[in-house]
Each structure stands twice: as structure tokens, then as C-alpha cells.
Design a protein around this ligand. Sequence first.
Ligand code: CDP
Ligand code: MG
Length: 747
Amino acid sequence: EVEIVVKQKPPPFLNGKSSSLREISPVRVIKNPEGSLNRSAMNGSDLLKERKELKKGLRPEINNKVSEWKDSIKNDSYGKPTTKNLQEQRESLPVFSMKKMLLETIKNNKFVVIVGETGSGKTTQITQYLAQEGFNKGNMIIGCTQPRRVAAVSVAKRVSEEVGCRLGQEVGYTIRFEDNTSDVTKIKYMTDGMLQREAMMDKMLSKYSVIMLDEAHERTIATDVLFVLLKTAAMKRDDLKIIVTSATLDSGKFSSYFENCPIVQIPGRTFPVEIFYTKEPELDYLQATLECVLSIHKNESRGDILVFLTGQEEIDTCCEVLYEKLIDLHQENELIILPIYSSLPSEMQSKIFEPTPVGKRKVIIATNIAETSITIDGIYYVIDPGFVKVNAYDPKLGMDSLMVTPISQAQAKQRAGRAGRTGPGKCFRLYTETGYNKEMLPNSIPEIQRQNLSHTILMLKAMGIQDLIGFEFMDPPPLKTMLSALEELYNLEALTEDGDLTELGHRMADFPMDPGLAKVLIKSIEFGCSEEMLSIVSMLSVQSIFYRPTGELRKKADEKRVRFNHPHGDHMTMLNVYEKWVRNGSSKEWCKDNFIHYRSLLRVRDVRIQLKKIMNKYGSEMRSCGQNSNLIRINLCCGFFKNTAKKDSETSCYKTLLENTTVYLHPSSSLFGKSSSEYVIYHTLLLTTKEYMHCVSVIEPTWLVEQAPRFFAKADTEQVNKRKRTVKIQPLYNRFDQQQSWRLSKR
Ligand code: CDP
Ligand code: MG
């Protein structure tokens, strides 16, 4: 009988201050289940749930058509490149008329804020103007950050076409695990996360003469941190210009932060957009979306439709169901359905920019990437169900979780605006006007106030920034979020009892990823399983490995998938997939046979190479442990001990060890339906209809005590027995009193 307790107590350097997990956090506000919007988000869509059932009854000829269509949107190009030449197009953008004035203002000021509607040419044009004007003097670079990977790549591609160079030459991009720049690169697009990393190596950012912090209104953590770092660097360097661009009017705040710098407004060229609300709250927004698309297609004059959904699964399902409905209506050739989300291969993404053939209508089904990051011309209709998937730190769960929440009013306005770029448009909001007025926040909460900051704080510590509380954030994160990040780093042994970085902590900061993953990789050297852990961590960094086709093939795909399953869980299963692929010559054929996305595995391979390079920096020997699953899972415990849960004997769902929250195995897990897994460790928690654990493996509780001695201890049996007698409902632990820790028992 093994009994362990959570003994976590605040690290000594916090002097008794501790983040109370019980406090109200922004996440609680978002999650407030009262309103109709929240209820709808929590319920999820029956469409998704029923999908599996529905599939079985479908007619094979329809399934085949759907499969053909899915292949075709991946391969064929339906249109020709635009006829208007690039130069004419560039000169017709609103920003073009402002060129002289813009350059003048930038010349005379260290900081400039530029505000302009999405699609006015900020991202693609301003960097080119600066290069033409010689702002990249002495081999320096003009940098431009983007909050999203997809946007950085697609914009760099577009600008390289406009400049007339090969991508990666004069115009290039850098995103995590992928650097497409060269010695001759003058204009560099990158994710804000990558620039933050560069700032860690070189605080003065001496390679750059101008840095444009684009899409600043998105307020990602990296952009918020860069505000501080770039301001500091520019104050010390006379030859560095900082441009902050935003699509919203909230620019006064940016200007006052950057020494009351000038604000340049790019005149918009927008048309009125008529807004429609539903009379009653929609209980199933996916269903409502489909009906709305079909009704626009039937009743409205020509013009493309843009739909905002929350994620890949929803989008794929919606596309499929829509196509099936069109087949039934014999209209499948009239509507061109195009999905867009960030894990989509880039050729598929570029399709949305192709002009719609005459006599047809495009329906673009997108995540909120289409809200401001990318501009699609020709949209007359917007369908806005009112939701977005956000990554939020939930102090109750003690971790990040992805969840579907209502958007803010600002986002709703931005979405509606997408319909008025080419002509007067219409926006169909699938929520009530009361929902808009009463349940939506006026503005979204900046990421820094709702996410786990452990990675960010580790990087700042590695830069030698000691006074984190006094760090000049535009909107400081809640103190408790900072404290809980410090605690997390302490428990991971990245910080000493005095709050300084340990050697392990320094090394962890080298990895552009979650500190837990970084620790697992570094420790794998001692465990002698680095080759395996590199593969597993790389697999975890890439989305959607498996491909689930529609119709008859689905069963076959699922059967193939089961063959990779490892009895110890998903981490080993992923290792299996990667190793089998490599053993089969890393071939495309093999992927096709096994219903695996070839591209995803190519990316896994790239990520692996990059991570291996970082690990090689220390000259340690990388060893293989073969398929020693125990070693690998013990290794995982040293970074993810917080992400652990125990099966509840009565309900057979799981309860997290940390907070006793009920969580569930995701049906895609290789452990789903298996009974052997009493204690599990998981990679992420995804909050949709239920709190689902993703990527789950079986562990032994004693491993936790060994690998996280600051966090877990073997229980004092006498204590536990006494508590067992007196307490029916497990009390929540009180971290100020070690003795009161709640218990875990294994029968
Ligand atoms: O940054 P902002 O939203 O102000 O505009 P932009 O991204 O510079 O885009 C200006 C124009 O370039 C858009 O209206 C598109 O017509 C075009 N563009 C494109 O065709 N393909 C891309 N990948 C990016 C932009
Ligand atoms: Mg832009």
C-alpha cells in the first residue's frame, strides 16, 4: 500500500507570501457559467458528439465524394493568380498615400504608433518602405513581429513576391524550430516569441535598426514582454526605431507607454456592415452556423462568406457536414469550402487568397486567425458564433488549459468589420443583442493576465532581471500569477531557495518551450534515454499526427492506429509511431498506409534536429534506452509531476492529485477503456465539454516522490488512517500547513 501526499509549501525566497490558489482569477470570470453564451460554450455541439453515430449511417457514395473533395482542396488550385499586377495592388492600399508622412515621422522619432484597419497594408508595405529608404543601413535588419506563426510565414511569402526575391533571401522569416533567413536578409518577419528569445541572447538587439511590433492589440505575452525590453534597448541605442502597430483604436495607451510618441492613423476605407442578432440564444452554435451558411447562399446576392469557429476539429467537422449537405442539395459545385487554421499546411492556406471564380461563392471557415492577422479580400458576409479558444492559466487547476469562451465586444466588432472591406456587408451574430451587451467583456483580457508565466519568468531570470515585481509591464500580471510561476520554477528545481537560477534553470531557459518539457529533456541525459525523449518531446510539439478520414476508411484508420498503442500510454505510443516511421525510411507511403500526416512527421523531425542542437551545446552524450518504458516514464515525472491524476474508485473518472478536480481520459488516448491505469501523468488538459487529459501515460506513485521531492512525500500512515476515519470528503490542502495536506491512498 502506497500513500503519498502533496506537501508543496511556498519557496523560502517568497518569505511566506504565497499565491493562494483559491482566489478569484480572470479565468473564473471567463468561465462564469451564468449567461447564455457561457452555457452554450460549455454544452459544446451535439453535431460534434453525434458525428460518430452519423458516420455509420451515411451512404458510401457520399463518403467517397467527401473524401475526393477533401483531397482536392489539398491539391488543386481553383483559380489563377490575380490579374491586377502587384505594383498596382500595392499602390491601391490605404497605407500608400501615407508613405511620405510615415517615413518622416519614423525618421524623427524613436517610437511611433501606427493604427490602421486590417488590410490597409501595414504589415506588408511599411517594412518595404523602410528598406527602400535605407533604414537598414550597415547590414542591419528591419524586423517585424507577428503573434502567429501562420501570419509570419504567409506575410513573408507575400512580401518576397512583391520584392521579387526568393523567400529566405532579402525577405525571410523565423518561427520556432524554423529559420528561413540568410546573410542577405534585410526584412525579417518572425513570431514575437522568437524575438523575445533573441532579446534574451542580445539585450540591445544590435542586429536590428527598426523593429515593428505588429498586431500589438493582440497583447500576447511575448509582445507585452517585448514592450519592456524594446523600450529599454531603444532608450540606450540611438540607432534603433520601434514601431508599434495596432488594428484597434486603443492606441493612446501604447503611445503613453512609449514616451507619448506620435500616433499615425491610416485612413480606413471601409463600408457599412449591417449587424443581425439571433432572437434567442443558440444552444448549438455549430448547427446554427451551418444553417446560416446555407441560408446566405440561398437568399443573399453574391459575395464570399467568412465563418469564425474555435478550432481545427470544429472546422473540419463543419466543412465536412456542409459539403455533405451541399451534395444533397446538388450544389456542391457552387460553394467552395475552405478551412483555415494554423496547423494547416501552407499551400492549403494560400488558397484562401486566390480570387473566387466567377459564378461561385467561397466559404472560408477560420479560427480567429482571420480576425486581424490575415486579410481576405472579397468577403461580404461574416458569421460570428461569438466564441474563441483561449489558452488560460487556471490557478485552480494549477495549469494552462485551452478553453472555449465568449469573445469580447472589441473582437465582435473586429469580426464584423471583415465584411465591409470590399463593399457594404452583413454580419450574422449567432447570439442575442443582450448577450453582446451583458455577457461580453468590452475588451479581451491580455494574455499576460491570464496565462502561466513560468516560461516567461524563466527567460527574464536568465536575462539577469531580478526585480520582476518592479518590471515595467504595460499591464502587470496579477501578483499571484507571478508568485505561482516562481513556485512552479522552484518546484522544478530551476530556482534555488534564494530565488536565483540554478544551473538546471539556466539550461532550461535555453529551450524555446515549456519549462517542464525542457527539464525532461535535460534530465534524459542522466536517465540515459535522450534519443527516445527527444522523439517524444518533438512529437508533443507538433499538432495532429493522426489522420481520421471520413466514411468507410475511418474504421480502417482507427484499426491501424490501435496497432501503435503501447499498454503504458500515449507517450510510448508516440515514440512507437516516430520510430516505426524512421525505420520505414521516413517515407510518405508509410504515412499514407497508416493514416498519419506526413507533413506533421517531417516537422517532428525538424523539431527534433533543433532540440538536439540545443542539447549538444553542453557536449553531453545522447544515449538510447531502447524501449525501456519505465525509465522514460520516470523521466517524464520529473517535469510533469503536477499533471497527475488518480482514478476515482467510485466513478472511474480521474481526480487530479494537486486539486482533486475531476478530469477525463480523452477518447483518443491509447489508455481509453483500459482498466490498468490507476495513476496517470498527462501532457495537457483541454477544457471543452469536459476537462479532458491529452497524451496520458500510466505511472507509479512512488516515482512522484522520487522525482519531485519538493512536491510530494510518502504519507505518514498514522495521520492518513486517522484522517480516513474522520474525513469523508477530502479537504483541500492548505499549503501553509504541511501537516494538513490531503491524502491519496492506493488500495
Ligand atoms: O497589415 P494589414 O492588415 O494592414 O495589411 P497587410 O497584411 O499588409 O495586407 C495588405 C493587402 O495585401 C491585403 O489586403 C491583401 O490583399 C494582400 N495580401 C495578400 O494578398 N496575401 C498575403 N499573404 C498578405 C496580404
Ligand atoms: Mg497586419
